[in-house]
Write a protein that binds this ligand. Structure first.
Ligand code: PLP
Length: 397
């Protein structure tokens, strides 16, 4: 039998691995499936984005290797968007790097900055690509539980000095997947100060920068004074513009760290398809008109889902950001059992909290990826699952 690397064996199965096959199986069996699993919205990318892509396909230059430079027009559009969106001046040549989806950059960054034995701080529950990056680089993931009582904030400066002294990299993500928490500015200041004090690279995952509600505006970490010394921020075209399958994002921040990440990537990829970069540049140029309708729709879905969940007895918070609800389960119901029953008995796909790490137990995640009426229907079905699981619990003496 093939012997696989210790680093591969150290990783659990990726939480979303079974989703595509399970969907196929259930749909083939005629189940009316409601998929609230992956954070992959139901709508198309903007019409103009598609038009730009199609229009660029006749240009032979678009079909050539992009290398790490990529399409200069994409770098420039991303830097200009950073200027309009956050008031930040970014050098598109040295402080910005196109990515084949932000996940790729987040995971590869560890290879650029982590040596075997270095500690990598990883939030739990959290996006699992962080652990992948840490383990592939030979680092030691140090899991920090995100707790509801602390607003799900990863408080770096409260970790033991002995851990911080060995830490090379920390992953932080707000608006957060899966808890949907957002980060106050004073928290970001504490975070940057701690990273500077301990010479820790700060990977700030801002994939949900524009999925925000109730007028809340998510900041860039680079707005915090001193952040450019230590931070690289990751942005994604996936969530704001419903372009998940395009695999396009970009990193912005400290030019030395950006150059190091580009060096890693030059050994594993040869750049994103330039026609996609061309269309993404147009998209970023039009972000101000493209994002509000998406935000309004998601906020409506959030409100409908929160109300429906509370009606079935689940006291969920109404979040200001991200496209998820992080829902507490009644005591005694394991999240994996709940997710399995929801799928098999009621055809509703949700993700168990335990899929985001052990600290996610006791919760499940709903992605707001279907219209309000389907969300209501899904949550009615989930109410039946809860009732059945509670009824099956042994009566305590
Ligand atoms: N970061 C977080 C927190 C995410 O939830 C996701 C996708 O779900 C990503 C990054 C990756 O996005 P992309 O599609 O840009 O790779």
């Amino acid at each position: 039998m093939t012997r696989f690397s210790a680093r591969l064996e150290a990783l659990p199965k990726y939480p979303l691995t079974g989703i595509a096959a399970a969907k196929l199986r259930l749909r083939a069996a005629g189940v009316d499936l409601i998929d609230l699993g992956a954070g992959d919205a139901d709508g198309p990318p903007p019409q103009g984005t598609i038009g730009e892509l199609v229009g660029s396909l006749g240009d032979v230059a678009m079909h050539k290797y992009g290398f790490q430079l990529g399409l200069p027009r994409f770098r420039e559009a991303a830097a200009a968007w950073m200027g309009r969106r956050f008031g930040l001046q970014v050098d598109p040549a040295h402080e910005l790097l196109p990515l084949i989806g932000s996940k790729e950059g987040l995971a590869h960054l560890a290879l650029a900055v982590v040596d075997p034995g270095d500690v990598v701080i990883v939030p739990e529950p959290g996006y699992q690509a962080y652990i992948g990056g840490a383990v592939f680089a030979g680092g030691e993931p140090h899991l920090v539980p995100l707790e509801a009582s602390r607003g799900f904030l990863l408080e770096l400066d409260q970790l033991p000095e002995a851990v911080l002294a060995r830490t090379r990299l920390v992953y932080v993500n707000y608006p957060n997947n899966p808890t949907a928490a957002v980060a106050p500015r004073d928290y970001l200041e504490r975070l940057v100060a701690c990273c500077r004090r301990h010479d820790i690279v700060l990977a700030y995952d801002n994939a949900y920068s524009d999925i925000t509600f109730d007028g809340y505006v998510a900041p860039s970490i680079l707005e915090i004074p001193g952040a450019r010394e230590v931070a690289v921020e990751f942005f994604s075209m996936s969530k704001s513009f419903q372009m998940t399958g395009w695999r396009l994002g970009f990193a912005v921040g400290n030019p030395e760290i950006i150059a190091a990440l580009a060096k890693v990537k030059s050994y594993v990829d040869t750049g994103a398809f330039q026609a996609l970069q061309h269309a993404a540049a147009w998209t970023l140029d039009h972000a101000e008109s493209l994002i509000p309708p998406m935000r309004t729709e998601l906020q409506l879905r959030r409100d409908v889902a929160v109300a429906a969940l509370r009606e079935i007895g689940l006291p969920v918070a109404s979040p200001q950001g991200a496209m998820y609800l992080w829902v507490p389960l009644p005591a005694g119901i394991a999240s994996a059992d709940f997710a399995t029953s929801a799928l098999e008995a009621e055809g509703v796909m949700v993700l168990p909290g335990s899929g985001f790490g052990a600290a996610g137990e006791g919760f499940f995640r709903i992605a707001l990826t279907v219209p309000p009426a389907r969300l209501r229907e899904a949550i009615t079905r989930l109410g039946r699952v809860i009732a059945q699981l509670l009824a099956a619990q042994p009566v305590s003496a």
